[in-house]
Design a protein around this ligand. Structure first.
Ligand SMILES: Cc1cc2nc3c(=O)[nH]c(=O)nc-3n(C[C@H](O)[C@H](O)[C@H](O)COP(=O)(O)OP(=O)(O)OC[C@H]3O[C@@H](n4cnc5c(N)ncnc54)[C@H](O)[C@@H]3O)c2cc1C
Ligand code: SF4
Ligand code: SF4
Length: 457
């Protein structure tokens, strides 16, 4: 049976991209739910609207997969099993030491977007920036490279394209859209259906993606630093620290009255992305790490030869020839530094993500099918072959921890006690670590026994 948009929403796999809302002119609203995630509400949509929305939802079987979309745009390029189609692969950064500190990584994303504007290749850039009032982040439009500088760094929070795309649609201007892979794919699906958007959206700039976070992530980090959720006014998720390697950054939470708290991210209970805290269900069913449908994609070069430099280094993959020309000019002008990277090294820079999105995805698909649940068609097949019992147990435990984080943090917010979240989460992390260490020390026969015991986590 095909997995439709109704299954996507019913199974908690909606990522809140807003594709369905845009396609139906708002007949399907996408709103922030009580878990801090934008979610589509299909209840008022008629069958025709549902069908139209189904064709643009990145998690529905009715929309083309990433291979089909990238082939439609970049059929001439070679393809790599993990990074998708590619023209060039680099590691690099902006040269200016002052400028790079204001970016998450090597600063090439905001530099590149600025070039698109300065060269009049687009009239505007649609990207996530700081929100107003209690809204921490939202999609916004920058029209100058100066505007772009105000909203740099990674915004690890649920946002939606709905409002901003409906605002600019038909205004006769061209745009670059920035987003995590599933958002870029949703935009590509919209363009296939809507000639107006196809003409307007001339650049698709992807961000490498491990997983998204609900608003709870910001609130939890801030609360652990002493700023309660109702006082939180803003958060900088990526403050660089010259005393450490680039992956060991800090975060800065800003509360009411200008109170600011700085803390090391890895010292927070949910600071390690490996625990999957506040990870939406959609990310459990995603197989795109390098935004395979984007014209160019930027991420962090998480490789030992680059993480030594606290200022940060990007990994990037180009697919549009024009992207290579812009980057080449930047190198010649002395604004940026680039060095070629092999496709395998680029993939290796996201090793944990690929474990989650390849073996992890196979196991989750197989588990859900065994439970009679609807799952989307993915580019990896369901199954357990070749996945160790320890890894299967870890995959299941991580999934359970994501679910636990949402329920426990909601409890904490309601009761006003942070420990309602941290206590169960700590216990779950202990169990995760136990599985890790037990699996390592067990002989093969014992591992097989553990596999059956841990069958359902
Ligand atoms: C949810 C999420 C998960 C990520 N996971 C990984 C990962 O696992 N591995 C990895 O290597 N990299 C990941 N990244 C990308 C990484 O965090 C950096 O954003 C990237 O390396 C670009 O750094 P930079 O210094 O070039 O960007 P900057 O110069 O700081 O510019 C960043 C640009 O991206 C825009 N932006 C930030 N967040 C969003 C967003 N959510 N949606 C749309 N636009 C946005 C900003 O507005 C700005 O224009 C993730 C990013 C996000 C948002
Ligand atoms: S994932 Fe996007 S398109 Fe699909 S239901 Fe959610 S908001 Fe709509
Ligand atoms: S992991 Fe996949 S589904 Fe989740 S936000 Fe990233 S691209 Fe979207």
């Amino acid at each position: 049976m095909a997995h439709t948009i109704s299954d996507v929403v019913a199974r908690g796999m909606c990522v809140g991209c807003g594709g369905c809302a845009i396609r139906t002119g708002g007949a399907i609203p996408v709103r922030l739910d009580r878990y801090g995630m934008f979610q589509a509400d299909l209840t008022a949509a008629d069958p025709e609207q549902l069908e139209a929305a189904d064709r643009v939802c990145p998690f529905s079987d009715s929309s083309p997969d990433e291979d089909q979309v990238s082939e439609a745009h970049y059929a001439e390029l070679p393809t790599h099993p993990r990074i998708g189609r590619y023209r060039s692969v680099y590691a690099g950064r902006v040269v200016d030491d002052d400028r790079i500190v204001g970016s998450s990584s090597g600063g090439l994303t905001s530099w590149f977007l600025g070039e698109l504007l300065d060269r009049s290749l687009v009239d505007g850039v649609i990207h996530v920036g700081k929100g107003e009032g209690s809204e921490l982040f939202r999609y916004t439009v920058s029209r100058t490279s100066g505007d772009l500088l105000a909203d740099r760094k990674s915004m690890y929070a649920s946002t939606t394209l709905d409002e901003v795309v409906r605002e600019v649609r038909g205004d006769g201007r061209t745009y670059a859209v920035v987003g995590v892979p599933c958002f870029i794919t949703a935009v590509r699906h919209l363009e296939r259906e809507d000639e107006v958007l196809r003409r307007q959206f001339t650049w698709h700039v992807g961000l490498v993606c491990g997983h998204l976070k609900s608003r709870f992530f910001a609130e939890s980090l801030a609360w652990q630093a002493g700023v309660r959720p109702d006082e939180l006014e803003g958060i900088d998720f990526r403050v660089k620290n010259p005393a450490r390697r680039s992956y060991s950054y800090d975060y800065l939470a800003r509360g009411r009255g200008g109170r600011a708290r700085l803390r090391r991210t890895l010292s927070a209970i949910d600071g390690s992305w490996g625990y999957g805290a506040f990870q939406p269900g959609a990310c459990n069913f995603c197989d795109d790490v390098f935004a395979e449908t984007a014209d160019v994609v930027f991420g962090d070069a998480w490789l030992p030869q680059y993480t030594e430099d606290w200022q940060g280094t990007n990994v990037l993959v180009t697919r549009a020839a024009e992207a290579d020309r812009i980057l080449g000019d930047g190198v010649r002008d002395g604004a940026i530094r680039l060095e070629p990277l092999t496709t395998d090294l680029a993939a290796q820079s996201q090793a944990g993500n690929f474990r989650h999105r390849r073996d992890g995805l196979r196991v989750r698909l197989a588990d859900d099918l065994a439970d009679g649940l609807s799952v989307p068609r993915k580019r990896v097949s369901p199954g357990y072959d070749g996945v160790s019992s320890q890894r299967i147990a870890l995959i299941r435990q991580r999934r359970a921890m994501s679910e636990l984080s949402f329920a426990a943090f909601l409890d904490a917010r309601t009761s006003g006690r942070l420990s309602a979240y941290t206590a169960p989460m700590r216990a779950a992390i202990r169990r995760y670590r136990r599985i890790e260490s037990e699996g390592k020390s067990l002989p093969t026969r014992a591992r097989e026994a553990l596999r059956s015991v841990l069958r359902r986590g």
